[in-house]
Design a protein around this ligand. Structure first.
Ligand SMILES: Nc1ncnc2c1ncn2[C@@H]1O[C@H](COP(=O)(O)OP(=O)(O)OP(=O)(O)O)[C@@H](O)[C@H]1O
Length: 280
């Protein structure tokens, strides 16, 4: 896979890059289902996204890494249209999400799947009904067809024996797998994962990562993953974007990120306490 090149002015110091961020040119010949341009978002006086630029290539898994509170989940909420930027452009499937009406935005949202940290399952529905929910809500398919699709996806994530269980009766890993199956039932072209590894032990994390890779190989699409887990990033990503203080400060293929000379990227990817990132 070829590498995207960040247009970094050679004269800039690392401090300049931390302050200004980088802009990444879309890779020639590659489509990008999701493009984020100079997006700014503040809550009150707190500036969370401060001019974020990032393109997510189709048929690749891109991981967004960065310290806690740097705006990664806020970024996902922008992509799915749950938050409107104060300024800048959020473009999904070639459409500016905030220049179209609510109905069109809803249609675009149906083409995206999202796996929230806890699976975001409905506690009052069993696993089967949770996974069937988007099909019942957004399609006119008959129950027999819904059953085929739901059971197919539950089989892929290894949950066919748990269909009658309620979310409160299954482990965290099973909840995530059920959430994953639900995120895929409408055949989304963009799938987002908000810290899929949170709360899982290293073995379950590794198994979930295998599942992410397998599902991506099977179904394709633009996968966007937000995590703190460096091992997850290394294992599943084609590309890595590093966000700090609401800006993209590094972007490249996974190998490039892990070989970066940028002190912040080096510190973050090695989990070192010494470097530009402190407790603030
Ligand atoms: N709706 C909101 N109203 C006010 N503040 C918010 C809102 N959503 C997010 N924030 C704040 O924006 C900041 C960034 O939050 P976000 O959840 O995106 O961080 P993150 O990078 O995903 O962090 P973590 O890795 O810890 O999950 C946080 O300080 C959070 O409290």
């Amino acid at each position: 896979m070829s590498t995207n090149v960040a247009t970094i002015d050679d004269e800039r110091t690392y401090e300049d890059i931390y302050a200004q961020g980088v802009i990444v040119d879309p890779e020639p010949g590659v489509d990008h289902n999701v493009r984020i341009r100079e997006v700014k978002k503040s809550f009150g006086s707190f500036d969370v996204l401060t001019g974020l630029n990032l393109n997510f290539p189709d048929n690749a898994i891109t991981t967004v890494l960065g310290p806690s509170g740097t705006g990664k989940s806020v970024l996902l909420k922008h992509i799915v249209g749950l938050l409107e930027p104060d300024s800048g452009l959020v473009e999904v499937f070639g459409q500016d999400l905030w220049r179209i009406n609510d109905k069109d935005r809803q249609e675009i949202r149906k083409r995206m799947g999202i796996l929230f940290q806890d699976g975001a399952l409905f506690g009052s529905m069993n696993i089967y009904d949770n996974v069937a929910f988007p099909l019942r809500k957004h399609t006119h398919k008959r129950e027999a067809e819904i059953r085929k699709i739901v059971m197919g996806h539950l089989d892929e994530v290894g949950l066919t024996k748990a269909i009658s269980k309620f979310p409160g009766e299954v482990s965290g890993g099973m909840k995530k797998r059920a959430g994953f199956a639900r995120a895929l039932v409408l055949n989304p072209s963009v799938v987002m994962f908000d810290e899929p590894d949170s709360g899982l032990d290293p073995v379950r994390t590794s198994l979930l990562n295998d599942l992410i890779l397998r599902m991506h190989a099977e179904h394709g699409g633009t996968y966007v993953l937000v995590t703190h887990d460096i091992r997850t990033a290394r294992k599943v990503s084609d590309y890595v974007g590093v966000v700090w203080k609401g800006k993209l400060i590094h972007y490249g293929d996974t190998e490039e990120a892990f070989n970066s000379d940028m002190p912040f990227v080096r510190q973050f990817l090695s989990g070192d306490s010494v470097g530009p990132l402190g407790m603030d």
